[in-house]
Design a protein around this ligand. Structure first.
Ligand SMILES: CC(C)(COP(=O)(O)OP(=O)(O)OC[C@H]1O[C@@H](n2cnc3c(N)ncnc32)[C@H](O)[C@@H]1OP(=O)(O)O)[C@@H](O)C(=O)NCCC(=O)NCCS
Length: 269
């Protein structure tokens, strides 16, 4: 972490965590960043590799510049946790053929990252390549409610209603996040019919929900909401969150999201 990460306008959280599969431990890390474009631009020389900086063309709209930079910042925070001592500039995250982020780190093979942005904020999870994961982060927009509803099945809406005490807008956003995160783990993105990504079950856990998928039983999702924000992390079902001393990763994510929401509440007009 540098002075750039701790300026007053920058919110940056990061943590390492483990997933467990049988007797094996998979080291992962996550980061949530919320920073204005000026702070992200100021960090470019320190954080971006030349090949990444080349993505910042003149034609890029400010919103896309913002999301690209915030996403790289969060992704490098998370990857850096798994490769201590590696400078952010030496980590390259370039788009693959399907738009997916492809990470390259000196001396470290088989580490990948999944990321999402919403406004000024970005969420990333770094994970071993052997353990495909996907994340999503969304900020609710009231005008999207109808479209979000259209992308759910009646069964999903019933399941969500039974499992979640939150309001309909939060339920729909959470379902969307889970499906988009699954689509990233699968690398197909939202190019497939939404029905294929259908949520089969939702179970409330402290601060979040656990989801399984109708057509992808090998994956499990964890999702939470706070204020206008929702996030989801999808991982292989067989890889269990660590149950160690500190707060479990989903609880930490929920705490971070709540911080993000209150930060936005404080700055909203
Ligand atoms: C993946 C997808 C659902 C992401 O949606 P989005 O509205 O851009 O929103 P998010 O902020 O949640 O996620 C963006 C990140 O998803 C990641 N991503 C993009 N495509 C991906 C894919 N196929 N698989 C996994 N991750 C992907 C990228 O890291 C991207 O951020 P970056 O471009 O800054 O690196 C959407 O882009 C999609 O459906 N892509 C496939 C369709 C396609 O090919 N579109 C043309 C792209 S040029």
């Amino acid at each position: 972490m540098t002075a750039l990460d701790t300026g007053p306008s920058v919110f940056a959280r990061e943590a390492a965590f483990n997933l467990h599969v049988g007797g094996r431990t998979l080291a992962c890390a996550m980061s949530l960043v919320d920073a204005p474009l000026e702070a992200l631009d100021a960090a470019v020389p320190e954080k971006l590799a030349p090949e990444e900086a080349a993505l910042l063309t003149e034609r890029l709209a400010p919103a896309r510049r913002q999301s690209l930079l915030a996403g790289r910042w969060a992704a490098k925070n998370a990857l850096g946790r798994l490769a201590p001592g590696t400078a952010a500039r030496d980590i390259r995250i370039l788009p693959g053929l399907l738009g997916q982020p492809v990470a390259t780190l000196p001396g470290r093979a088989n580490l990948q990252v999944t990321l999402a942005h919403a406004g000024n904020a970005a969420l990333a999870v770094a994970h071993p390549e052997s353990c495909p994961m996907g994340v999503d982060l969304e900020r609710a927009r009231p005008e999207q409610l109808g479209a979000l509803r259209e992308q759910t099945t009646p069964r999903e809406r019933e399941r969500a209603h039974a499992a979640l005490p939150s309001d309909e807008a939060q339920r729909l956003l959470l379902l969307w996040c889970l499906k988009e995160a699954l689509s990233k783990a699968l690398r197909c993105g939202l190019t497939v019919p939404f029905r294929l990504l259908e949520v089969a079950s939702l179970a409330p856990l402290p601060g979040c929900v656990r989801a399984r998928f109708e057509n992808f039983a090998q994956y499990e999702g964890t999702a939470c909401t706070a204020g206008p924000f929702a996030l989801a992390v999808v991982r292989p079902h067989m890889a269990h969150w660590e149950d160690g001393n500190g707060p479990a990763p989903p609880v930490l994510l929920q705490d971070w999201l709540a911080e993000l929401a209150s930060r936005h509440e404080a700055t909203s007009p």
